[in-house]
Design a protein around this ligand. Structure first.
Ligand code: ATP
Ligand code: MG
Length: 361
């Protein structure tokens, strides 16, 4: 797929801007604080429904503006064309329209525009908490499958409900029967999430390994494993049920559900060494790149469409070898890349960002 235009109104540092992107490589350059990441963010939020770095929608409105923030994006796919409008009104309420029709749920946005986002902060995908790796899986799968996105929302609601029951009925005779009510659904939804995540990890693992092999001259064998509390994959529902029973006492004491997909992780290792804890910066960075490249391949395999690649400020982080590997892998994929200095590429369209404007060069 391909983003053809993005129009910004009162969005972050922009008052008014319209950008016509090329279907190949788009290089957005400009000084620090010029608004490059803001532009990338406008594309990202039309895909996922929220900003990659601002938690509150209200913060997307340009300071001092007397109207809301608006991003209008057009995307061209193999067999269709769509317009996504993302609007935050002055009260900070978000409205999303797809082809002029307001969507009732964020889930309806999933899959319209697919992006793979890569920035220096993404190294946390390997380094930081399991929550970051769950987010990687959840955003990746949700973009490919609406059902998964809804299941995730349902799961979070069930988890809150279950934890509330643990707290409220602690020590009461009715606890077991109360838990039983929520556990039927809880197990069903949790099992679905576990299976989908495992499938996703198993799908991208060999591609990531192949990319990583190239990046490291065959020195590192990258392995990825979905980690979930001793669940038997032949019978996820059954084993999860048994596990919940087993941990019930402990859960009650802690007033919190200690097993389930909300606790899961991906084990990422190079030559058997756990990169989460023992990887060097460079190893972690290469692994993230391998993972992202694999994610692109996964999108294409599942949806038949190539996602849009957003590369924010990563050029300075990558050595020549990694850069080459990256550009080999993104052949034929629309890419928007930001950098402070105008990096020359054999074929690219250039945009200069300055004074809150985006100028095609
Ligand atoms: N709501 C807002 N209204 C106006 N300006 C904002 C708003 N939110 C953030 N900004 C400003 O936008 C400016 C540009 O940010 P951005 O991160 O896009 O720059 P950048 O070009 O990516 O810079 P760098 O090269 O340092 O990464 C920042 O100086 C920031 O203060
Ligand atoms: Mg930036």
């Amino acid at each position: 797929m391909e983003v053809t235009t993005v129009e910004l109104q009162n969005f972050l540092s922009y008052t008014q801007a319209k950008v016509f992107f090329d279907k190949g490589l788009n290089v957005v350059y400009g000084q620090n604080a010029a608004g490059k990441t803001n532009l990338i963010d406008s594309v990202y939020l039309c895909s996922v429904g929220r900003s990659s770095r601002h938690n509150r929608d209200k913060d997307l409105i340009k300071w001092g503006a007397d109207a809301g923030a608006k991003v209008t994006l057009t995307v061209k796919k193999r067999f269709s064309k769509h317009t996504i409008e993302f609007y935050v009104d002055v009260q900070g309420k978000k409205h999303i329209l797809v082809d002029k029709l307001p969507i009732a749920k964020i889930g309806e946005l999933m899959g319209i525009l697919n992006v793979v986002f890569f920035s220096p902060q993404e190294i946390r995908l390997i380094k930081e908490s399991p929550a970051d790796r769950r987010r990687f899986m959840d955003i990746g799968i949700s973009q490919q499958c609406k059902t998964y996105f809804y299941a995730l929302q349902r799961y979070n609601a069930l988890l809150v409900q279950r934890n509330k029951i643990l707290k409220t009925y602690k020590g009461r005779p009715s606890l077991d029967s109360m838990l039983e009510i929520v556990d039927t659904d809880f197990i069903k939804v949790a099992s679905y999430i576990i299976k989908e995540r495992k499938k996703f990890v198993e799908e991208i693992a060999p591609v990531a390994a192949e990319r990583h092999d190239k990046l490291t001259d065959g020195k590192e064998k990258l392995t990825m494993l979905y980690e979930t509390e001793s669940v038997d994959y032949a019978d996820v529902e059954g084993s999860l049920k048994a596990l919940l029973k087993q941990t019930r006492e402990n859960d009650c004491r802690l007033e919190y559900t200690t097993v389930g997909p909300h606790r899961d992780d991906i084990k990422i290792a190079a030559n058997g060494v756990d990169l989460r804890r023992f990887g060097s910066q460079g190893q972690q960075r290469s692994a993230v790149l391998s993972l992202k490249l694999a994610e692109i391949a996964s999108f294409e395999k599942r949806t038949g469409e190539r996602p849009i690649l957003l590369l924010d400020d990563v050029m300075s982080e990558l050595d020549l070898k990694r850069r080459t590997a990256l550009f080999e892998a993104i052949e034929g994929i629309q890419t928007i890349i930001t950098c402070t200095d105008k990096i020359e590429f054999p074929v690219a369209t250039y945009f200069n960002v300055q004074d809150q404007r985006v100028i095609k060069i």
